[in-house]
Structures are given as C-alpha cells and as structure tokens.
Design a protein around this ligand. Structure first.
Ligand SMILES: O=C(O)c1ccccc1NCC(=O)[C@H](O)[C@H](O)COP(=O)(O)O
Length: 215
C-alpha cells in the first residue's frame, strides 16, 4: 500500500513522516493554497528526505513549461495534475518530463467521472480520486462516496484521497481496495502544519490491516 502525505512545508516534518512509513510526500505548488510552498523551499527540504520517498508536486492547470521549470529547480520526482489537464497534456508531459512520475487527479463530483479516467491511463503512472468541492481544489477534508468506488479497477495503480483520517482509513480501504491512500487535512494541526501524533495514529491503524509491516 502506497501512503502519500500531502501538504508538507517543513523539512523536519517531512523527515519524520517518511520515517514513519510514508512512501510519498506531497508539496502543494498552487499559489492560492494555504499549503503553498515554493520550488526553492522544496529544494531545501529534499536533502533531508530518504531517497526512496517519492516527492510529489501538486499542480492545477500549470503549463508544461512551468512544470519543467518547477521540477528542474525543486528536485521533485513526481507531478500530480489536480486540475482539468487533458489526456493530450499528459501525453505531452510524458515527453517533456522523462523519468518523472505522472499522477492524474480527478475531483469526483459524480460517479460518471470514473469513466473519463480510461483516456488517461496510457500516459500516466497513477490516478488519484479526490472529493469535489465547489470552491476549493484540494485539501478539503470532504470524503467521496466510497460505495461507488467498489469496482473501480483502472489499468494503472490508483490512490484514494478526500477526507481520510486515522479514524476512517480502515473502512475506506476495506470498501474501495485502492493501491494507495493520500491524506492531508486529516493529519494536520493547521494548513501546511502536520500533526505528527495523528500521522503516527494513521500508521498504527494501517499496521493492523497490512499483510507486511511498514518500514
Ligand atoms: O491541499 C491543497 O491545499 C490543495 C490545493 C490545490 C490543489 C490540490 C490540493 N491538495 C491535493 C491533495 O493531494 C490532497 O492531499 C487531497 O486533496 C486530499 O486532501 P484531504 O481531503 O484534506 O485529505
């Protein structure tokens, strides 16, 4: 099970969360987010992280040229496309960002959004399903209707996001069987500041359902 903790802004928190067992850390590269972090600040955090941990930049409708520049400056190893990026944009990014993993996120307003994901799987490494909110693009704490995801089996691995917490994560996994989970506000003290006790509680919950122990 991949575990991505999103909205990291502090090196010591990223380091501690990676030690607890996160396989990926997310950095919000969207200027209007309260969790925004600059490319230079990500670059300062990266040397403090284990090399094996994926460093995911989260973007909304950034241009390929902007993404190339962010990756060059920051040391990101993956890019999460959290806006209305088309399959063609993903295809172009495959070429523009060799060696960088691509995750296409969908904000699921209605279950028919799931059918749109097929058009992307040839060009991305993973999908992420997040909750829809009329005014916020992510980190909303809203959950998806997990029942509607029970048979979601795309051709690439997928992450479940949206309102996951240490208290509900086991039920969410049991109902949806994702390849990975993504949490932000459910393990936070305030936007961009993680609550390490909540993150520990999360991993303790995951240990109870994992076939093999987390690192
Ligand atoms: O977190 C943000 O502020 C954000 C802003 C703009 C686009 C995406 C954003 N977050 C994306 C994520 O991957 C979050 O982890 C995801 O939305 C889940 O958040 P939460 O419901 O708080 O667990």
């Amino acid at each position: 099970m991949q575990v991505k903790i999103c909205g990291i802004t502090r090196a010591e928190q990223g380091q501690a969360i990676a030690r607890m067992g996160a396989t990926a850390l997310g950095f919000i590269c969207v200027a209007r987010s309260p969790r925004y972090i600059t490319a230079e600040a990500i670059r300062a955090i990266v040397p403090h992280l284990p090399e094996a941990v994926e460093r995911v930049g989260v973007f909304v409708n950034a241009t390929p040229a902007e993404l190339v520049q962010w990756v060059k400056v920051s040391g990101l190893t993956a890019v999460q496309l959290h806006g209305d990026e088309s399959p063609q944009t993903c295809r172009d990014l495959r070429e523009a960002l060799p060696g960088i993993k691509l995750i296409k996120a969908f904000r699921v307003k209605h279950p028919n959004v799931l059918a749109q994901t097929d058009a992307y799987t040839a060009w991305v490494d993973a999908l992420l399903l997040d909750a829809y909110h009329p005014t916020q693009q992510g980190g909303t704490g809203q959950t998806l209707d997990w029942e509607t995801l029970q048979s979601f089996r795309p051709a690439v691995p997928w992450f479940l996001a949206g309102g996951l917490t240490p208290a509900n994560v086991r039920e969410a996994i049991a109902l949806t069987h994702p390849d990975g989970i993504d949490l932000s506000s459910g393990v936070e003290q305030a936007p961009g500041i993680k609550d390490l006790q909540k993150v520990e509680h999360l991993f303790a919950q995951l240990q109870t359902i994992m076939p093999t122990p987390l690192p």
